[in-house]
Design a protein around this ligand. Structure first.
Ligand code: PLP
Ligand code: ZN
Length: 553
C-alpha cells in the first residue's frame, strides 16, 4: 500500500503533499514542516503486527517519511535496550529509573536513527553527494550510512571535535573539513560551501527526516515500558513520567515529543511525559533563556565547555517550541558543569557498568541535580537517554590509578620471598585498609561493597547480623565499620554498645547507614559515638565516600 503523507507548516498551517526535497512552505516560506500520517490505519496495523516485526526502528515504518521500503539503508539501528538502573535506584531511593541504551546502535550513538532515515531519504531522492555540519556523532553516523548507500559525504566539524572522532569519520571515506570556530560558525561555512558547490545540504534539525527519526525513541520507550510494567498484551504502551536527555540542538526532544503525541493520538498512551532538557553550563542557551523567561533564545556566542558534542550556541526555533512544551505540560531545563558530567560518567561506569560519553553523562548529572531539588518524585518512572558511548578519546578523563604496573624483574626485592609478582602484590596489600560492612539487607550490602570496590583498594569484610558482625570486628579489627541499625539477633545499637564497652574495639570508627527514621532519643544514643549517619536511599556515592575517607584518615 502506498503511504500518504502530508506536510503541515508550523508557521501558517498550510498543507502540501509530501515531496522529498521540499525545503520550505510554498505558502509562507517557513522552514518547519511536520509530516502528517494516517493514525487510525496505523493503529490497526500496529495492534495486529507490531509484536512480530523485526527489532529495528523500521518496525514503525507507517510513521516514517520514506515512501518505498527498498530505499531503506539499515544496519539494525533502533530498538536498543531499555533497562532498570537498580544500583542507582537503591542509592537514591528511586526504584523506577530506566536507561535507554543508545550506545548499542551501529556507530554507538542515537544519531544512528537520524542517519538511517536521512540517508534512506537521500537515496530515495537520488541524492549522490551531501554536506553536513556536525559536533562529531552525526558526522560519524552519516559517514557510515553514506558509505553503504554510495553517497559522497562532506563533513564540516568544529576543531574542538576530538582527533579520534575525526579519524573515525575519515575512515568511512568522508571528506572532513575542520573549522577553527564555533559550531554555529561551522554550520554557516558548510552552508556556504554547499551553495557554492551546488551540493545538497543536510539542514540538521530542519531536516524532516532527522526530526521524524527521533520519534522512534518515544515509540520504543512506550512499547518497552509497556512490556516491563505490565503483562504482555498487544498494544499495551506506557509513557514514562519523565524523559531526560542531554540537549545540544534539541533534535532529540523535538522528535521524541512528536512521537509521544502520535502515540497519544492513536490511543496507545493516555498521558504525555514531562521532558527534561539538560545542557552543559558553558553552553546552555536554552536553560539560561528559559530561566530568564525569554520567548526567544539568547545565543551563546563563545561556548565554554570541553564537551564539544553539545556545543550548539544558537538553538533557533527549537527553543520556543521546547519552552512551550515545558510551560504547558510541565518539564524542566537544567544546566550542569563539565565536572558534574565527568563525575556522573564515572558513577555510571562504576555503579552500573555503563560507559557513556561525557555528552551523554550530562543527562545523568542533570537527573542527579533534579533529584536533589526534589523535582522528580521517588515513585515516578524516569527514562534517561544514554545518547552515546565513550570512545578512547575520553582517555584523558579516566584516571590511571587502577592500573598497577608490576615488573617481575625489578620487583624481586626479597629473593627469599620467591615470585616477584607475588611480592609486589604483597606490597600492594600492605597498604590496604579494611572496612567491615554489617548489614542484613543483601541489596544494600552489595551496593556498599560495590561503592568501596569501585573507589579503591579496600579489604571488604561482611556480616549480615549483629552477632556475627561483632565476632568479625573482634577477629579482624577493621579500620572502619559501616553499620546498619535494624538487624536480627543483635541490632546496630546493641552492637555499638558492646564495641564501645570493649577497650580493644572502642577506637574503631563507625559510620551508621540506616533506612530507619530515628527518634530524638535514638539520635542521642548515637551522638558522639559514630563518625557519620547516612540515610539509606538518599545517600549519593560522593557523600558516602567522603565520609569513609574522612573516617579512614
Ligand atoms: C547529538 C547528541 C546529543 C544532543 O542531542 P540533540 O537532541 O541534538 O540536542 C547528546 N548526546 C550525544 C551523545 C549526541 O551525539
Ligand atoms: Zn507556511
Amino acid at each position: 500500500m502506498q503511504k500518504k503523507i502530508t506536510l503541515k507548516c508550523a508557521n501558517c498551517d498550510h498543507q502540501t503533499p509530501y515531496q522529498l526535497k521540499l525545503g520550505n512552505c510554498p505558502e509562507c516560506g517557513g522552514d518547519w514542516l511536520d509530516p502528517l500520517y494516517n493514525p487510525n490505519e496505523t493503529r490497526d496495523i500496529w495492534l495486529k503486527e507490531l509484536s512480530t516485526r523485526p527489532n529495528t526502528m523500521w518496525r514503525y515504518w507507517e510513521l516514517l517519511p520514506l515512501l518505498n521500503r527498498q530505499n531503506i539503508v539499515s544496519m539494525g539501528e533502533g530498538y536498543t535496550p531499555l533497562f532498570l538502573l537498580s544500583n542507582l535506584g537503591l542509592m537514591l531511593g528511586y526504584p523506577n529509573i530506566y536507561l535507554k541504551d543508545e550506545r548499542q546502535g551501529p556507530t554507538s550513538s542515537f544519531k544512528d536513527r537520524q542517519a538511517s532515515l536521512a540517508i534512506s531519504v537521500f537515496k530515495e531522492s537520488d541524492i549522490k553527494e551531501a554536506v553536513v555540519a556536525s559536533t562529531g556523532n552525526v558526522a560519524i553516523s552519516y559517514s557510515a550510512y553514506s558509505a553503504r548507500a554510495g553517497i559522497k559525504l562532506w563533513a564540516f566539524l568544529t576543531s574542538t571535535v576530538s582527533q579520534d572522532k575525526m579519524r573515525e569519520t575519515t575512515l568511512y571515506g568522508t571528506e572532513v573539513i575542520k573549522v577553527t570556530d564555533t559550531y554555529d560558525k561551522t554550520k554557516a561555512v558548510a552552508a556556504q560551501f554547499a551553495r557554492r558547490k551546488k551540493i545538497f545540504l543536510d539542514k540538521g534539525v530542519k531536516n524532516i527526516a532527522a526530526k521524524e527519526s527521533m520519534k522512534t525513541v518515544a515509540f520504543e520507550i512506550a512499547e518497552q515500558l509497556g512490556l516491563a510494567l505490565s503483562a504482555r498484551q498487544p498494544g499495551k504502551f506506557v509513557a514514562p513520567d519523565w524523559y531526560i536527555q542531554s540537549v545540544s540542538g534539541g533534535l532529540g526532544p523535538v522528535g521524541v515529543w512528536k512521537g509521544f503525541q502520535e502515540l497519544k493520538a492513536m490511543g496507545f498512551i493516555d498521558k504525555m511525559p514531562k521532558l527534561a532538557h539538560i545542557q552543559a553550563e558553558g553552553c546552555a542557551p536554552m536553560v539560561n533563556s528559559f530561566r530568564a523567561g525569554l520567548e526567544e533564545a539568547e545565543n551563546v556566542l563563545d561556548p565554554q565547555t570541553l564537551i564539544a558534542t553539545v556545543a550548539t550556541g544558537s538553538p533557533g526555533a527549537v527553543y520556543p517550541h521546547l519552552r512551550n512544551i515545558a510551560l504547558n505540560y510541565g518539564g524542566h531545563m537544567e544546566a550542569v558543569s563539565d565536572g558534574d558530567a565527568f563525575r556522573a560518567m564515572h558513577v555510571m561506569a562504576q555503579m552500573e557498568g555503563v560507559s557513556m560519553e561525557p555528552a551523554a553523562a550530562i543527562a545523568v548529572a542533570g537527573f542527579f541535580k533534579m533529584v536533589k531539588q526534589k523535582l522528580i518524585q521517588p515513585d515516578e518512572v524516569v527514562v534517561i537517554n544514554c545518547s552515546g558511548h565513550t570512545f578512547p578519546v575520553e582517555k584523558h578523563l579516566l584516571d590511571e590509578r587502577r592500573v598497577h604496573a608490576l615488573d617481575p624483574l625489578t620487583d624481586r626485592l626479597d629473593p627469599g620471598a620467591g615470585e616477584g609478582v607475588l611480592t609486589a602484590l604483597d606490597k600492594l596489600d600492605g597498604r590496604v585498609k579494611s572496612v567491615a560492612i554489617i548489614e542484613d539487607d543483601p541489596g544494600a550490602a552489595r551496593l556498599l561493597r560495590r561503592i568501596l570496590q569501585a573507589k579503591g583498594n579496600y579489604n571488604i569484610l561482611e556480616a549480615n547480623n549483629g552477632v556475627t558482625g561483632l565476632e568479625l570486628i573482634k577477629n579482624e579489627r577493621p579500620d572502619l565499620v559501616l553499620l546498619d541499625l535494624m538487624m536480627p539477633y543483635l541490632d546496630g545499637f546493641g552492637l555499638l554498645e558492646l564495641m564501645k564497652a570493649d577497650e580493644n574495639l572502642a577506637h574503631i570508627p563507625v559510620i551508621v547507614v540506616t533506612a530507619k527514621e530515628l527518634t530524638a532519643q535514638e539520635k542521642g544514643q548515637l551522638s558522639g559515638r559514630v563518625e557519620a549517619l547516612l540515610q539509606k536511599g538518599t545517600f549519593m556515592e560522593d557523600d558516602l565516600l567522603g565520609d569513609i575517607l574522612d573516617a579512614l584518615e
